[in-house]
Write a protein that binds this ligand. Structure first.
Ligand code: PGA
Length: 253
């Protein structure tokens, strides 16, 4: 696990965008795993700028998003479909048919999960997966649980997640209670993983993730088992990492 600590959010976003750019330059038909939330917004903005300057071509890139709320149609402003098109896809030359986001209004949700997992496989698996992390250590919507679901599945969101995400809705009551998420196994099959975190409220989850002790109570701890993970965090998100763990970390500012 490589950990990069940056001075601030903008530097974190820059490092992440550079990794994505390099990946697409090396493999023009890269399969990208993408995340929603506030954290990757800066990275998306930089990638759009790179595209506009002619530095990246997304025309052969295939994307898979981690998750989607159940019950929100793609045109709902809080759906992750809307988020991705509004903040990223509408501004680059990715082909619509190459974009994959779970369908949160599918009639048969179990079938939708199976289909999604199959589509990832058919695309040859994810080359580079971008992740955020929840305050509770979730990745995708894989919430702290007694047991881990490995494949794409339907999940009931925890109170922590509903509270963290209510800022996007009129009230907590409006936050959907269920979502479809790629499973931890689907995420771990990615060839490379980059996890981003910024701010003090992520510091506890990051400390646990870096510690190297696996627990289903902090789903991100599973990343310790992956051979190619880069964690890019700002100083606030890194603020609770104990000194002895810091020694083993490649700190690049
Ligand atoms: P955030 O969400 O980027 O909005 O903090 C991250 C997450 O919940 O995974």
């Amino acid at each position: 696990m490589k950990v990069i600590i940056t001075v601030n959010y903008d530097e974190m976003s820059k490092k992440a965008a550079e990794i994505v750019k390099k990946q697409i330059k090396e493999k023009h038909n890269t399969v990208l795993g993408l995340a929603t939330g506030s954290t990757p917004l800066g990275m998306y903005k930089l990638l759009i700028e790179m595209y506009k300057r002619g530095e990246i071509d997304f025309s052969n890139v295939i994307t898979f998003n981690l998750d989607e709320y159940i019950g929100l149609s793609p045109d709902h402003p809080q759906s992750y479909h809307y988020f991705m098109f509004h903040n990223f896809f509408n501004h680059i030359n990715v082909k619509k048919e190459n974009v994959h986001i779970p369908n949160g209004i599918a009639e048969d949700l179990e079938e939708e999960c199976r289909k999604y997992e199959g589509e990832i496989e058919k695309a040859g698996g994810i080359d580079l997966q971008i992740l955020g992390i929840g305050v509770n250590g979730h990745i995708g919507f894989n919430e702290p649980e007694e047991s881990i679901e490995t494949k794409t599945h339907v999940v009931t969101l925890t109170e922590d997640t509903i509270n963290a995400n209510k800022r996007f809705f009129k009230s907590a009551e409006e936050v959907p209670r269920k979502a479809i998420t790629m499973g931890l196994g689907s995420i771990m099959k990615a060839k490379k993983i980059v996890l981003l975190a910024s701010g003090k409220n992520k510091a506890e989850a990051i400390k646990e993730t870096i510690k190297g002790q696996l627990t289903t109570k902090v789903p991100a701890t599973v990343l310790a088992l992956h051979p190619d993970v880069t964690i890019i965090i700002d100083k606030e998100a890194a603020s609770l990492i104990p000194d002895e763990d810091l020694k083993e970390i490649e700190v690049i500012i």
